[in-house]
Design a protein around this ligand. Structure first.
Ligand code: SF4
Ligand code: SF4
Length: 193
């Protein structure tokens, strides 16, 4: 993150701060950086700014950095973060507001839609198979398909060493039921089983 004068950023981007708060309807100013949102986010490892950093950056008016970040496109809108937030900040709404702003301002990076599609499919694939996210498999699938083999390695290796991610996948008890739900949804959508 570039070094910036925070007071200047807040003053310069007061409209942005107010707009994000109003459009998202979220009490972003209440966030006190406990980090619980990021701890639960299944795709934080692939983000350039973690969920708690995004909220802090909104508070600081860091408009340009946020509208150019990959985080707002990677967020899978799963709401895991929101269920953990002691301040009831629905981060998915904040991300959505930022995506709309990025789209309107033309700062959405080229090819991002394809990247997001790869990420979503990889995420859903691991949930269907194991009943939960399998971060290492998700990274590997994502990197192979996007042809960026070592993407995220700088964050992933320390997380493996600290036991925050498991090398091998584990299935939850209800994995078969989760797979059945995926199958039913495909049928409802008229897709192939
Ligand atoms: S969980 Fe809520 S209060 Fe904690 S850092 Fe995230 S947004 Fe802020
Ligand atoms: S809604 Fe987005 S930021 Fe929140 S946990 Fe899910 S992927 Fe992460």
């Amino acid at each position: 993150m570039e070094s910036i004068n925070l007071n200047q950023s807040i003053a310069k981007n007061a409209d942005f701060i107010q707009h994000v708060g109003e459009e998202s309807g979220q009490p972003v100013q209440k966030c006190y950086q406990c980090g619980k949102c990021t701890a639960g986010c299944p795709v934080a490892f692939a983000m350039d700014y973690t969920p708690n950093q995004v909220i802090r950056m909104v508070q600081l008016g860091m408009k340009d950095e946020l509208l150019r970040s990959n985080t707002i496109w990677i967020c899978a809108s799963c709401s895991t973060c929101s269920t953990r937030c002691p301040c009831n900040v629905e981060i998915t709404h904040v991300m959505e507001t930022l995506r709309i702003m990025a789209g309107n301002s033309g700062t959405a990076p080229e090819g991002k839609a394809k990247y997001v599609e790869i990420m979503y499919n990889a995420l859903l694939g691991t949930v269907e198979r194991y009943g939960r996210t399998y971060e290492v498999g998700l990274v590997l699938q994502n990197n192979l398909k996007s042809k960026k083999l070592f993407n995220g390695a700088d964050m992933g290796l320390p997380m493996l060493q600290r036991g925050k991610m498991k090398l091998m996948p584990t299935k939850v008890k209800g994995a078969a039921e989760v797979a059945r739900i995926f199958s039913e949804v495909r049928k409802m959508e008229g897709g192939v089983k």
